[in-house]
Design a protein around this ligand. Structure first.
Ligand code: ZN
Length: 301
């Protein structure tokens, strides 16, 4: 149905990246999609569509962009992949992704592109995928954290990766983007590359729990929390899984440990709230007491 010429352009403007896709119809009318993406890795700052010459404002946009960095023509697939990464980053950062972009002809095949992505975050310098450990760190922080990240090639010193590290990172990214099934598939691939199975326990535990297999989740999450005792997020996941499995005494004991522990990795307030809700469901009094300590413990990462 696309009649006319599609042009894709890109600019890095300050803290944002801009992708602009325009279609000029034979008669001269213009459609456009503009995606503004945070370079810090939190996904969309905005995504806009315009139909017809009047509301497009393409020339104005080009002028604004050119004050800091000119728009340069890029392959259409590069722009569409850029928007796809923004979808993934937005899901991880729990930001809204408008439904219309999946039906937008200028972003043809967007859903499939999102599924096919092998990474979420790219280097601010060379635009290569960031190394696996940075993918995990960024995803677990849900896009918060250091402002702009560079890859090892753009910094001094090069790191080598453990076996399967790329799949481990992909599994984390998908898990935190709300796709536990894909996370489990990627964890299995990582195992196929002989990665350290302990690295997969947190992924499998959280994914099993999300897929309503709390009993299986408990086994993984117990091992995961033993290896990362200060990780409050995993502890909260363990509490949830124990309570959902009916191990209430254990869930309460873990909740105590969570509330009185000194977390090295803090946990989003929402995760603790869920853990407490799970316990409260069966034991309202215990949950109410724990809720008091929650505000203090839960803090932005
Ligand atoms: Zn780089």
């Amino acid at each position: 149905m696309a009649i006319g010429t599609i042009i894709a352009e890109h600019a890095a403007v300050g803290r944002s990246e801009v992708y602009l896709l325009t279609r000029r119809a034979v008669g001269g009318a213009i459609d456009a999609v503009t995606a503004v993406i945070e370079r810090e890795g939190r996904g969309f700052d905005g995504v806009y569509r315009a139909r017809g010459l009047d509301e497009v404002g393409v020339e104005e946009l080009r002028e604004i962009a050119s004050e800091e960095a000119p728009l340069t023509v890029v392959p259409i697939s590069t722009a569409r992949d850029g928007v796809a990464r923004a979808v993934l980053m937005s899901r991880i950062a729990q930001r809204d992704v408008p439904d219309w972009i999946f039906a937008e002809p200028l972003l043809e095949g967007l859903g499939a592109r999102v599924d096919a992505l092998s990474h979420a975050y790219v280097c601010c310098g060379c635009r290569a995928p960031l190394p696996p450990e940075q993918q995990i760190g960024r995803a677990r922080a849900r896009g918060e954290g250091p402002l702009v990240l560079s890859c090892p090639a753009c910094r001094a010193g090069v790191t080598t990766h453990a076996p399967g590290a790329v799949y481990v990172a992909q599994a984390w990214v998908r898990l935190l983007a709300g796709d536990p099934r894909r996370a489990l598939v990627l964890a299995a691939r990582a195992e196929g590359q002989r990665c350290d199975p302990h690295l997969l326990d947190p992924i499998r535990g959280v994914a099993m729990s999300a897929l309503s297999n709390p009993v299986q989740a408990v086994a993984h999450l117990r091992r995961a929390t033993e290896r990362a005792p200060g990780d409050a997020w995993l502890q909260a996941e363990l509490v949830k899984a124990l309570a959902a499995s009916g191990y209430l005494a254990s869930a309460t004991a873990e909740l105590d440990r969570l509330v009185h522990g000194k977390p090295t990795v803090k946990v989003p307030a929402e995760a603790i709230r869920h853990a407490i809700a799970e316990v409260s469901l069966a034991e309202p009094e215990v949950g109410a007491v724990r809720a008091e300590a929650m505000a203090e413990l839960a803090a932005p990462v």
